[in-house]
Design a protein around this ligand. Structure first.
Ligand code: NIG
Ligand code: FE
Length: 399
């Protein structure tokens, strides 16, 4: 049999079943960027092609960070200090800081400056074995600046060996020039920004922030209806600070995911499970905002709602540059099991992005791999910091 590359002397966490789908002393082979064979080494057919001795490493599907705001201007370390001195996230947002302060810095930066600022952040994720990253706009809040952010995100995918998936998040905050004219901004998003992002192929999905300090469920529904008209799937920042019925709303639109979900109610969670909408858990935001309300994991388990885990990398509520750290926080804060956490950055993260070609080690899938020098998969959740990643493979090629 002819393969382009074979990895042997490895333990595999294929993520094919809910117990990690472990294959000890396994082998995995790539051809034309896809997995051509995977199984116990003893069963590997006679083959030609390059062979890598993985020296006993554990191989997982390349990790997927399915919710980031990685492209932005400036940073908000001064707000971090203000919060240490007692200000709340909502107070800062309502007084013109928060998302709007990043909006000003993002509008002021050109596309290349946004790319250069984002690269070190992206590299931090890649070093840990991440091979797919979702990036949202949402700091432009006007047509040109939203498109600029999406173009910068697309450019990152050309600068590095990684798949970038983009989401248009123009409905992230009301820009100041629309104060008192909310309907006009929602109309701009629905009638101009979404159509342009769709026709230029800049957005893979449409996201919105449904929240007391952002957009109402009715406004969100107008944005989602436009996304549907333009053939784009939707996802939602749901129920982070208040229960706005975001989970149920996301389910009713067949959203790929509802994210945050600290205050989502069990009925909304059950509706998501029935609709196949993934719950994206963001423990970095929970930690940073010292949130005491945690997502209702028991309701998610009971209803069979799939859970993903992500950094929510953003300059305000989650300046998180480590997906491995999120595995730890998902377990320690939310009490996820190790398999739940690992499924959350592989198979279920792929589902949260509507990707059916990755997230598990199986024949026909993209050969995106992450190799770790660990003795057991649980170590990926156990270490608080550090990075055991010893290899990254993108579309069958060591990256
Ligand atoms: O996912 N919740 C809304 N949006 C971001 C935060 C954005 C910001 O504070 O800059 C989030 O947490
Ligand atoms: Fe977010």
């Amino acid at each position: 049999m002819s393969f382009d590359h074979v990895w042997v002397n490895a333990n595999l966490a294929t993520m094919r079943d809910d117990a990690l789908g472990v294959i000890e002393d396994g082998a995995i082979a790539a051809r034309d960027g896809r997995i051509a064979w995977v199984g116990p080494r003893a069963g590997l057919p006679a083959h030609s092609g390059a062979v890598t001795d993985s020296k006993g490493a554990w191989i997982l599907p390349g990790l997927i960070d399915c919710h980031t705001h990685l492209v932005f201007g400036g940073n908000r370390s001064a707000e971090f200090e203000a919060r240490l001195a007692g200000a709340s996230y909502e107070e800062i947002a309502r007084s013109g800081g928060g998302i709007l302060s990043t909006m000003r810095a993002t509008r002021a930066a050109d596309e290349e400056a946004l790319v250069q600022a984002a690269l070190p952040r992206l590299d931090a994720l890649l070093r840990e074995g991440v091979t797919t990253v979702e990036i949202k706009s949402g700091y432009g809040l006007e047509l040109d600046a939203e498109l600029k952010q999406l173009r910068a995100a697309r450019s990152l995918g050309l600068e590095r060996e990684v798949t970038i998936i983009t989401s248009l998040l123009a409905a992230h905050a009301l820009p100041p020039e629309f104060a008192g004219r909310r309907e006009d901004y929602v109309r701009l998003v629905a009638e101009q920004i979404i159509p342009r992002a769709a026709s230029e192929g800049l957005a893979d999905a449409v996201d919105a922030f449904c929240e007391s300090i952002a957009f109402t469920p009715e406004e969100t529904a107008l944005v989602f209806a436009s996304a549907k008209r333009h053939g784009l799937p939707v996802k939602l920042h749901a129920d982070q600070l208040t229960d706005c019925g975001g989970a149920g709303l996301a389910a009713s639109f067949g959203a790929l995911s509802a994210d945050h979900m600290e205050r989502s109610n069990p009925a909304g969670i059950a509706a998501m499970a029935a609709a196949g909408t993934v719950a994206v858990l963001l423990p970095g935001a929970t930690l940073t905002l010292r949130e005491k309300h945690f997502p209702d994991i028991a309701a998610m388990r009971e209803s069979g709602c799939r859970m993903a885990l992500s950094t929510d990398m953003n300059p305000g509520s989650s300046p998180a540059l480590s997906l491995l750290l999120m595995l730890n926080l998902g377990c320690t804060l939310f009490r996820l099991t190790v398999p739940e956490a690992l499924l959350g950055v592989t198979r279920h993260a792929a589902a949260a992005l509507g990707l059916v070609d990755r997230g598990v080690l199986a024949e026909g899938m993209r050969c995106d791999l992450a190799l770790y020098a660990i003795e057991r998969p649980a170590e990926l959740c156990y270490w608080l910091g550090g990075n055991p990643c010893v290899g990254r493979v993108v579309a069958g090629i060591a990256a």
